[in-house]
Design a protein around this ligand. Structure first.
Ligand SMILES: Nc1ncnc2c1ncn2[C@@H]1O[C@H](COP(=O)(O)OP(=O)(O)OP(=O)(O)O)[C@@H](O)[C@H]1O
Ligand SMILES: [Mg+2]
Length: 248
C-alpha cells in the first residue's frame, strides 16, 4: 500500500538515502533497525513529506509517481491517510490530553467537536488513558504522553502509522506500557512502520525487519530470520553490538 523505490535524499553533499526500496502491505508491521545516522528518521520523514526527497518513485494505494512531481494537494491528501508518532511526543503543552487528540479531527478534518470528542475518548480508552483525559502534558509521565500521542495518531483512522523510536526518550520502566499498546494495535491489524532499537519487541510484533546501514537497506526479511539468522556481515555486526549493549 505504501512504498518507495530508489529513494534518494542528500543534505548538501551528504547523501543520506542512497536508493532505498521499501514497501509495506496492508496490515503489515515493519520494524526498521540500524545504527545511529544510518538514515532511518530521514526515510520516515521523506515518506511523510516532512522532508522532500531528491529522487524516487512513491506509491500509496493507487498513486504511483515520481516523488518530485507529487503536488501539494496530493501531499495533503496523502498525509491525511497517515499517522505519526515521534520520539518526543510533540503534544501541545497548553492543551489537555483529550484536546490534543481532538485537535487533528476538529482543525484538519473539520469534524464537529461533539463527534471529535467521542472518537477521542474511545482512542484514549484504547491506549489506557481514559482516567487522564483532562490532564495537561506536564501532568503526565513520558509513557502516558506517548500513549496520548498514539491516541492522537489513531483518531484520524489512518491507513498506516509511522513511528520513530517511540520509546527511546522514555525511562526504561515506562517503555513497556507504550510497547504494550503497540502490540495491541498490531494484533488489531493496523499497518505500522516502526523505527526501533527494541529488538525483542521487533521480534514479537514485526512481520518483517529492515536493516539499514549508511543509507541503504542491507537486509530485510521475516523478523525471526533477520534476528536469529542474519545473512549479511553488517547485520550480524549490528546485532552483536546492540545485544551486547542490552546485556550491560
Ligand atoms: N535536517 C538535516 N540537515 C542536515 N543533515 C541531516 C538532517 N537530518 C539528518 N541529517 C543527517 O542525515 C544522516 C542520517 O540521519 P538520521 O536522523 O536519518 O539517522 P537515524 O538512522 O535516524 O539515526 P538515529 O538512530 O540516531 O536516530 C545523519 O548523518 C544526519 O546528520
Ligand atoms: Mg532517528
Amino acid at each position: 500500500m505504501l512504498g518507495v523505490k530508489n529513494l534518494h535524499k542528500s543534505f548538501g553533499s551528504n547523501e543520506v538515502l542512497k536508493g532505498i526500496d521499501f514497501n509495506v502491505e496492508n496490515g503489515e508491521v515493519i520494524a526498521i533497525i540500524g545504527s545511529s545516522g544510518s538514515g532511518k528518521t530521514t526515510l520516515l520523514r521523506c515518506m511523510a513529506f516532512l522532508e522532500q526527497a531528491d529522487d524516487g518513485i512513491y506509491t500509496f494505494d493507487e498513486l504511483n509517481k515520481d516523488i518530485r512531481t507529487i503536488t501539494r494537494k496530493e501531499i495533503k491528501e496523502l498525509r491525511m491517510k497517515m499517522g505519526f508518532v515521534f520520539q518526543s511526543f510533540n503534544l501541545f503543552r497548553n492543551k489537555t490530553a483529550i484536546q490534543n487528540v481532538m485537535e487533528g479531527l476538529v482543525v484538519a478534518r473539520k469534524m464537529n467537536s461533539e463527534e471529535a470528542r467521542k472518537i477521542s475518548l474511545a482512542m484514549l480508552e484504547k491506549v489506557g488513558m481514559a482516567d487522564r483525559i483532562d490532564y495537561y502534558p506536564d501532568q503526565l509521565s513520558g509513557g502516558q504522553q506517548q500513549r496520548v500521542a498514539i491516541a492522537r495518531a489513531l483518531a484520524t483512522n489512518p491507513e498506516v502509522i509511522l513511528f520513530d523510536e517511540p520509546t527511546s526518550a522514555l525511562d526504561p520502566e515506562l517503555t513497556g506500557e507504550v510497547l504494550d499498546v503497540m502490540v495491541k494495535l498490531a494484533k488489531e491489524g493496523i499497518t505500522m512502520v516502526i523505527v526501533t532499537h527494541e529488538m525483542e519487541f521487533a521480534r514479537n510484533v514485526a512481520d518483517r525487519i529492515i536493516f539499514m546501514e549508511d543509507g541503504v537497506v542491507v537486509e530485510e526479511g521475516p523478523a525471526d530470520e533477520i534476528l536469529s539468522n542474519p545473512k549479511k556481515e553488517a547485520t550480524k555486526r549490528f546485532l552483536r553490538r546492540i545485544l551486547r549493549n542490552e546485556e550491560e
